[in-house]
Every structure is written in structure tokens, then in C-alpha cells.
Design a binder for this molecule. Structure first.
Ligand SMILES: [Fe+2]
Length: 319
């Protein structure tokens, strides 16, 4: 199998930020990842040009934090659709049937049904729904209720995870594909007695929750390359035997986990929103608060393109 490669550097034209959001006060949270708006900005009031600019900033900085948005579920879905090139948002495979006041397009994130404080999948470093052939471009998460202290979320930059590897290893990784598998959701649905969602919008149908993607992926918004394997869904590198694949993936997962210089940590206040680019970041939830405290949020995933590698893609530091 060969990696799907766009032939020339001109295959990707990075999008250019128009400056429409310059009037809002904002700051970089760390050199490699994270941009935070200090206030004033309200997602629901953004024009199409401003929202496109916001998407570009998210892709450049990995994750953007917006405080006190009080984002309604309907507006959250609408923003997900506007951020998606195809106008589509994902239906999560184990979303319970919607009832009045809930929506198929929203993944309700909560510990209400599991107060054991045991680690869950979301606590592992991951990128959302990479088992789909057309996985997520942008994720929009808002927290509605949570602990005073604790329940933070971590993100890591896929750009920096790639660019901090040695050039020889980078070149080798660019030749590889990996299999991503979310089949465990089928048994989770059975155990929980939840109807499994066959039509999710991500390109895979029914109980097919497997996709093969390049190990290094170009973000079409920035033209930058990012490491695109994650410990929740990536099961093997298809060009390697099992032992080699396990060793390589183990190394890459540890590289992301230990990469404190390209990670950012967000402390939530109810009403805050984080928007991240699932093409070039990893994230992990932290379960460090007492089990009697409820943490509740809503996530929408905008669907993106089929992952590809543009060998001419740039790795220039972000502005
Ligand atoms: Fe996630």
C-alpha cells in the first residue's frame, strides 16, 4: 500500500486569515498550542467571514478558548455545520436516541452514569472519531457544569509532535499508513442496550468502524504536517509486522504523552467553549475530581476531508 500523496507543494493552498477578528483581545497560551480570547467575542454573532477566520486561527493554534459563551445547543450545531466544508456534523455511534431537548448531532459528555471515577476512553490521549473515513475537522465543546477545581482538559499539538522528531524518522513516517478502529463502540452499545448509530455521516456505514489513514497528515487550512496516530483508535501500522508496529506506535504515543512543551491545559468555567482542530491535535480529559461532583458538557464534531499527506507541506513555526 502506498501513502496517498498529493504530488506537489501547490496541492495545498493554505487559507489566509483576513484580520476580521483583530478587534478582539486575545493571546497565545503557549508557543506551540492554544489561543485564548479574553472576552467580548460571542460565537453566535460571528459573520461567515469572522467564523472562517476563527477556523483558520483554530487550525493555526490547534485549540482556541472562548470564555462565557452560553452557547445554545442549536447554535452549537449550526456553528459545527458552518465550520465543516461539507456542512456536515457527526452522529456519534453510541448516542442514545434523542428525546425532547436533546439532539442527534450532539455528544453529551457526562459522568452522571459513571460516578466510579474510573478512567474512561476520553481520559486517554486521542483524536476524535479517527475510525471514520472522513473524520472530524473541528470539534466544539462547551462545559455546562463541573467542579470548581479539576476536570481540566489537555491538548497536544500534532504539528509539534511531528516536527520535534528527527528528520530521518519524519521521512520514514511519511511513507506509512495506520489502521484506526472504533469497533468497541458496537459492544458498548449492546451492553448499554442503546441502538447503534449506523448513519453517522463520516463515510463508514453500519458497524464498519475501521479506516486507514496516513501516519502523517497535512492540514489543508495551514499546509502543515501533523502526526496522526492516537492511542485510543490507532491499532496498527499496516506496512509493519505486529511487533514492529506495536513498538513504533508505543513510541509515538509516549512522545505525545510526554511532550509537555507542546501541550496546553484548560481550566473550565461553565459556559466556556473550546474549539480544536482534530486534524492536528490530540486531547485528554483529566478525571481528578470527587466522584459525587457532576461534570457535564456538549460536543459537536464538524466533519472534514479524507486525510491526505502533501509531501510539499510546510512545517514553518506558526505565526
Ligand atoms: Fe475526545
Amino acid at each position: 500500500m502506498t501513502v496517498e500523496v498529493k504530488d506537489t507543494a501547490s496541492a495545498v493552498s493554505p487559507k489566509v486569515y483576513s484580520g476580521s477578528l483583530d478587534r478582539f483581545d486575545k493571546f497565545q497560551v503557549t508557543p506551540h498550542i492554544g489561543l485564548e480570547f479574553r472576552g467580548d467575542i460571542q460565537l453566535q454573532e460571528l459573520t461567515d467571514v469572522e467564523l472562517e477566520d476563527l477556523g483558520i486561527l483554530v487550525s493555526q493554534h490547534g485549540v482556541v478558548f472562548l470564555r462565557q459563551q452560553n452557547l445554545s445547543a442549536e447554535t452549537q450545531i449550526e456553528i459545527g455545520r458552518r465550520l465543516s466544508d461539507s456542512g456536515s456534523v457527526h452522529i456519534f455511534p453510541i448516542n442514545p436516541p434523542s428525546k425532547p431537548g436533546t439532539y442527534d448531532e450532539i455528544r453529551y459528555v457526562t459522568n452522571e452514569h459513571d460516578r466510579s471515577n474510573q478512567k474512561t476512553n476520553a481520559d486517554d490521549w486521542h483524536t476524535d472519531i479517527t475510525f471514520e473515513k472522513f473524520p472530524s475537522s473541528y470539534a466544539i465543546l462547551t462545559i455546562e457544569e463541573g467542579p470548581e477545581v479539576g476536570g481540566d482538559t489537555l491538548w497536544a499539538s500534532g504539528y509539534a509532535a511531528f516536527s520535534t522528531l528527527s528528520p530521518s524518522l519524519q521521512s520514514y513516517l511519511e511513507t506509512l499508513h495506520a489502521e484506526h478502529d472504533g469497533s468497541h463502540f458496537v459492544s458498548i452499545a449492546q451492553l448499554a442496550g442503546i441502538p447503534f448509530r449506523s448513519e453517522r455521516g463520516g463515510g463508514n456505514k453500519g458497524e464498519d468502524l475501521v479506516a486507514v489513514h496516513p501516519v502523517v497528515r497535512t492540514n489543508p487550512v495551514t499546509g502543515r504536517k501533523a502526526l496522526f496516530v492516537n492511542q485510543l483508535f490507532t491499532k496498527r501500522i499496516v506496512e509493519l509486522n505486529k511487533d514492529e508496529s506495536d513498538t513504533f506506535l508505543g513510541f509515538l504515543f509516549r512522545h505525545v504523552e510526554k511532550g509537555v512543551e507542546f501541550q496546553v491545559r484548560n481550566r473550565w468555567t461553565p459556559g466556556d467553549v473550546a474549539i480544536w482542530d482534530n486534524r492536528s491535535t490530540f486531547h485528554a480529559a483529566i478525571r481528578d475530581f470527587p466522584s459525587h461532583i457532576i461534570r457535564r458538557g456538549r460536543r459537536v464534531l464538524a466533519l472534514g476531508e479524507k486525510p491526505f499527506l502533501d509531501r510539499g507541506g510546510t512545517q514553518v513555526p506558526q505565526a
